[in-house]
Design a protein around this ligand. Structure first.
Ligand SMILES: Nc1ncnc2c1ncn2[C@@H]1O[C@H](COP(=O)(O)OP(=O)(O)OP(=O)(O)O)[C@@H](O)[C@H]1O
Ligand SMILES: [Zn+2]
Length: 740
């Protein structure tokens, strides 16, 4: 049988494209970005190295895939020919494949999807890597003399070594001059791949204190794989330890990967790193323009970028000369991917370092219980930084009982007085409230009706500026109603406070001082965030209002007062991880106060001043608080003292969800009976309905990770092959971090 195939005009391979002919000698296995856990087979005229992208026909469209194997045994049936080979050579090495394969198998994900999340959009779309490689130039003859000042300027610039076009432009060379010199053959293109990018120190670093020095020495003297947990209080100078370790890594001619939890932290990190090192630094996160992100990704893959700073998905960047991985704020939830396949970039950092036989540093002032347990059992080596660096002292902390205090828009008089005096001293204050929007509910004074999202089991949040009711769970937006739909009263109250309302009130109370709000609504663009941070960093008195975005890693020298408005919800939460999260958040936000010479003060407003968790958190270092939580987890056999997985399912109808979860539960019944697995559920998710879909879940625990993993693999296969009702979505989350 002959298949009708597209005739190609610009195929790099000259594929004859006539279906399953015997002319094509190679059967290649290709990973495609589809949710199927298998490879797809195609024919190719010429050999294609594994690791090259190809364009292939797939049902009635074209997809970009990555070759996994050449001359593999065909799957079954008749094979179609590939359309185009995109890469001449693989874009990544064997170790990268090791990481991708590990990820796919550990997180039960299709390999094509893992590769997809590793590639930036334009490369996923099949654009050639060469589009994102800069042109480099060099002298053909070091003694060459040119005509005219312009040409001479170019030759002089190149005397120190090959340069990229952008560097030449900075040296005031024009395109026309360069073109002329290329014609004269005084300058030639330079093949920069495989060449060393120079790297030099541009700043004399501060003298490390004794603890920093001990950490730096331990890390830089280690050989091969080693994993380090830097448990250093806020402001203790963890970054200095990273910088010195990176310096050592660069001196060996290697590349360093630095993960940060939030896009918002990349500018600060980039600034500190580029102040220290004159070398090529790649930045990888989703807030960048597509082209720029590809350029940086390719420069990492080519080994040219010596430092790679990025958020979660940067863990998948090809880095051929990887010599060090740093995971800053390792406890942060954002390292765990919540949609698609649920990988943890922090955990993969350990795996990747093992493959690369290099050190990995996890750093935090509030390490996760997982990492603390790993340090305790000797899997990680713990390094402690117990004092603030550079002479700063820890802030004083005071609880303000809101049950007895009168409040103005959620702010007690004690808080307002402290803000006034802070500003009067010419310093900056930070007000933390982990809730964006104006108020978390719109309620009728008469009948008690509350505006709820029609698609979720949650209240709408009022956003005053845009006069909108917004659901923070499904992003449904409705205009603010002015009349109760139940009793027609026009007396609707905005109940409670969010960042927008606090901002509004602070502007009224302190009209002469800028109030800067930092939350997801005010920082949609990186530009806007940068401008806001710039305002803070110029040191003028100001009030910062923000969510947890502000609590993470920022170093604001002139913030001396931190006011915490709503920590209580975290103390009430039922999730077994809530005490850990609350402790981390509070410790981190308090840690923004008094980080330089000026002393810091923290006010925590609460209606639960005697709550044992709060008491224990504030009366002793986080480390001791954490060891108390660890003891409790151990007592109940919860992670990290057991391995966990979470099956989630959702569908518009509850009984379909129940059916899927019961199927899973029954499937595991045997393992449960034999004590290999523990099962909890089926139960509704904490957010039981989202976007009109009922959500249920089933928890699995096991004392052995391997046993849990094989059970989940089998379950995954079962569900994949079961004829589940159309529209049912399910996923298995290995090592879940979020119970929602
Ligand atoms: N040895 C040192 N001598 C003087 N100053 C130092 C030293 N080490 C670090 N610093 C300074 O101390 C400040 C705090 O350091 P850094 O931001 O690295 O803290 P951190 O441990 O990362 O804190 P956090 O966990 O709160 O983000 C910075 O301004 C840094 O330049
Ligand atoms: Zn909703």
């Amino acid at each position: 049988m002959w298949l009708q195939m597209r005739i190609l005009t610009n195929s790099a391979t000259n594929t004859q494209s006539i279906g399953e002919t015997t002319l094509s000698a190679h059967t290649i296995a290709v990973a495609l970005p589809v949710p199927l856990k298998r490879n797809f087979h195609y024919l190719s005229d010429s050999a294609v190295s594994p690791g090259c992208r190809v364009r292939v026909p797939f049902s009635n469209r074209e997809l970009i895939g990555t070759v996994v194997e050449d001359n593999s045994t065909p799957h079954s049936g008749e094979l179609k020919a590939i359309i185009e080979i995109i890469d001449e050579a693989p874009f990544a090495n064997q170790r990268w494949w090791q990481l991708i394969n590990f990820t796919a198998s550990y997180y039960l994900a299709p390999i094509g999807e893992v590769i997809s999340s590793a590639l930036p959009k334009n490369l996923r779309d099949g654009r050639p890597l060469s589009n994102y490689r800069a042109d480099w130039f060099q002298l053909t003859d070091v003694n060459a003399v040119a005509k005219g000042v312009q040409q001479q300027r170019c030759l002089d610039a190149l005397r120190s070594g090959p340069m990229e076009w952008s560097q030449l432009r900075e040296a005031k060379v024009t395109r026309a001059t360069l073109k002329r010199l290329l014609e004269l053959e005084l300058v030639a293109e330079y093949d920069h791949l495989g060449a060393e990018t120079p790297c030099r120190l541009t700043q004399s670093p501060p003298e490390p204190n004794a603890e920093q020095l001990a950490a730096i020495t331990a890390i830089t003297q280690s050989t091969g794989f080693s994993s380090w947990l830097i448990d250093g209080i806020t402001g203790s100078g963890k970054t200095e330890v990273y910088l010195r370790s990176i310096e050592h890594c660069l001196a060996q001619g290697q590349q360093a990967l630095v993960l940060v939890p939030e896009i918002a932290l990349t500018p600060q990190t980039l600034e500190r790193f580029s102040a220290r090192f004159a070398t090529r630094i790649a930045v990888l996160h989703s807030g960048l323009a597509r082209g720029a992100r590809c350029e940086d990704w390719v420069s990492a893959a080519d080994g040219l970028a010596r430092i790679i700073i990025g958020t979660r998905s940067a863990i998948f960047a090809p880095i051929p000369k990887l010599g060090l991985i740093v995971v800053d704020e390792e406890h942060d939830l954002s390292y765990k991917q919540q949609d698609g396949f649920h990988y943890s970039a922090r955990d993969l950092a350990i795996v990747r370092a093992k493959h690369a036989q290099c050190p990995v540093i996890l750093g935090s002032a509030t390490p996760s219980l997982e990492s603390l347990a790993n340090a305790e059992r000797g899997a990680y080596q713990r390094l402690e930084l117990s004092a603030r660096a550079g002479g700063a002292s820890s802030p004083s902390v005071e609880l303000v009982d809101i049950r007895q205090a009168s409040r103005d828009t959620g702010l007690t008089m004690a808080a307002l007085d402290s803000i006034s005096s802070c500003l009067a001293r010419g310093e900056q204050a930070l007000v933390f409230i982990n809730r964006r929007g104006y108020s978390p509910a719109l309620m009728c004074q008469h009948c008690g009706w509350i505006a709820d999202c029609p698609a979720c089991t949650r209240h709408f949040t009022v956003h005053q500026r845009h006069q909108q009711l917004v659901c923070h769970h499904c992003d449904v937006v409705e205009p603010v109603t002015h009349r109760c739909p139940q009793c027609f009263s026009q007396q609707l109250d905005r109940v409670g406070e969010g960042t927008e309302r606090i901002e509004e009130r602070l502007i009224q109370l302190f009209p002469d001082t800028p109030t800067i709000r930092i939350d997801r609504d005010t920082t949609r663009s990186a530009q806007q965030l940068a401008e806001n941070l710039e305002l803070v960093n110029n040191g003028q008195p100001c009030i910062l209002v923000g969510t947890q975005m502000l609590a993470k890693g920022h170093h604001f020298e002139r913030v001396t007062l931190v006011v915490v408005l709503d920590i209580d919800s975290g103390l009430y939460a039922a999730d077994f991880r809530a005490p850990e999260r609350t402790g981390q958040l509070l410790t981190q936000v308090m840690g923004r106060a008094g980080r330089a010479e000026l002393a810091g003060q923290v006010l925590v407003q609460t209606s639960l001043p005697d709550h044992p968790l709060l008491q224990s958190l504030l009366s002793q270092p986080y480390r001791i608080y954490a060891s108390m939580l660890l003891a409790e987890r151990q007592r109940f056999g919860q992670p990290p003292f057991s391995a966990a997985a979470l099956l989630r399912a959702d569908h518009p109808h509850q009984h379909q969800v129940d059916q899927c979860l019961s199927l899973a539960r029954n499937f595991c019944a045997n393992a449960v009976q034999h004590g290999v697995l523990q099962c909890q559920g089926p139960m509704p998710a904490p957010l039981a309905m989202r976007n009109g879909r009922q959500r249920g879940q089933l928890w699995f625990f096991a004392s052995h990770r391997n046993k849990l993993h094989s059970a989940m693999q089998a379950l995954d296969e079962l569900l994949t092959n079961s004829k589940l009702v159309g529209g049912l979505r399910w996923s298995i989350d290995i090592d879940p971090q979020d119970s929602n």
